[in-house]
Design a binder for this molecule. Structure first.
Ligand code: 3PG
Length: 389
């Protein structure tokens, strides 16, 4: 589940890359690296977009889900001008709708391309730890270059920012590597069907770890999500326990990442694009030693030679494509988040998974039985139902 949070003092958007003039300050730092400042930034009212934060929005407000949803819906109301035309249906509203449509199409397309190249790489080079590391390294490098060339303004951070980012980065790292391990073991479609159950994990983590309560309609909506995923899992022709568990761990990790994000970003003024960039850099630092320990340069080098000899030079382009598209789809998803309501975003994310599932089944000729497809359909329908509550 994804959502946005409007909250004072936090600026998380994905659009400042494009609209950097909006955020530009007269002072240009000498270093392109994120500057460390001990100054406390004054709180300003700004937009926060946090991936998978429809549920998270609830965390900031209180213990009652219903009360929280009022907050969420208040934000929805703000954005309804964008989404519903504010009752006007003016040409500018039509242009906004067209822009959102373009964001969604771009986000899904980039994600589909990422998933295809990621799977092609993993088929030829079954080392998910280095593959995950390369994705983060590529995104980090792209952002460092953007800061160095002033395409994007480097964020001004303090030690508290990095401290609060740490648990987010740990969860992001686990979620990312677990999803990649999953996709190295099972079909892309299977991983994404299991990942479509993330809203159910959001509810369960909130209920059992945070003690939040939800209306019964919410609990009822997770029955088809879990039931559909279970049906898909038991009827999956190429079921693999590591692949299944990787997707499940990714679900839990991304839910926790969002909880930590919500808490960690409170009161900070780093924009969404730069927040995501810092997250990539810190995740890269966390993941690299584990990747070396789990797989290591010897396996990587031998596997690289094997992949090159089997696939040819285009293997290098596959690796580059999966790395670049990983960063780009995350970037555009944040740009979408900046423009739409949590509800619309969550539905968009589910639609994204449908795009990935269908395209990967077609491209990789994934064998699928009717009962297996039925399970996927039930799970995705459950996610839509969850979005309605
Ligand atoms: C990853 O590698 O981080 C996952 O593929 C992310 O998947 P998602 O953005 O669709 O949740």
């Amino acid at each position: 589940m994804n959502s946005l949070i409007r909250q004072p003092g936090i600026g998380i958007t994905g659009s400042d890359f494009v609209l950097r003039q909006k955020h530009a300050t007269p002072f240009q730092p000498r270093s392109f690296l994120p500057s460390l400042s001990k100054e406390k930034k004054p709180k300003t009212c700004s937009l926060v977009s946090v991936q998978k934060s429809l549920h998270l929005a609830s965390l900031c407000v209180g213990n009652s889900r219903r009360v929280d949803l009022v907050k969420c819906e208040a934000y929805d109301a703000d954005k309804s001008e964008v989404e519903n035309g504010g009752g006007g249906g003016t040409p500018s509203e039509a242009a906004k709708k067209a822009k959102i449509g373009l964001y969604f199409a771009t986000w899904w397309a980039l994600n589909v391309v990422f998933n295809i190249y990621n799977k092609k790489v993993l088929n030829a080079y079954p080392y998910p730890w280095i593959t995950s590391t390369l994705s983060l390294a590529c995104g980090s490098l792209m952002m460092l270059i953007s800061w160095a060339t002033r395409i994007a303004e480097a964020p001004k951070t303090d030690i508290e920012f990095w401290k609060s980012l740490f648990p987010v980065a740990v969860a992001h790292t686990i979620g990312h590597v677990a999803a990649t391990v999953s996709m190295s073991k099972v079909a892309v479609s299977f991983t994404h069907i299991i990942k479509s159950s993330e809203p159910a994990f959001s509810v369960l983590v909130s209920r059992f770890l945070l003690g939040e309560t939800f209306p019964s309609s919410v609990y009822l909506s997770i029955i088809p999500i879990i039931g559909g995923c279970a049906l898909t899992a038991v009827t999956e022709l190429n079921f693999n326990m590591i692949g299944f568990m990787g997707a499940m761990i990714s679900n839990v990790a991304f839910v926790l990442r969002n909880i930590f994000s919500k808490r960690g970003m409170k009161g900070k003024s780093v924009s969404g694009m730069n927040y995501y960039a810092c997250l990539s850099i810190l995740s890269l630092a966390i993941l690299t030693p584990f990747a070396i320990a789990v797989e290591g340069p010897q396996l990587w080098a031998a596997g690289w030679q094997t992949a090159l000899s089997q696939v040819g030079p285009q293997f290098i382009w596959w690796v580059a494509a999966q790395s670049v598209f990983y960063h780009l789809y995350n970037q555009v998803s944040y740009m979408s988040l900046d423009e739409i309501s949590p509800l619309t975003f969550s539905i968009g994310n589910t639609m994204k998974r449908i795009s990935v599932i269908v395209s990967s089944i077609i491209i990789f000729h994934t064998p699928i039985q009717p009962i297996n497809a039925l399970g996927a359909g039930i799970a995705i329908l459950g996610t839509f139902l969850y979005s309605q509550f």
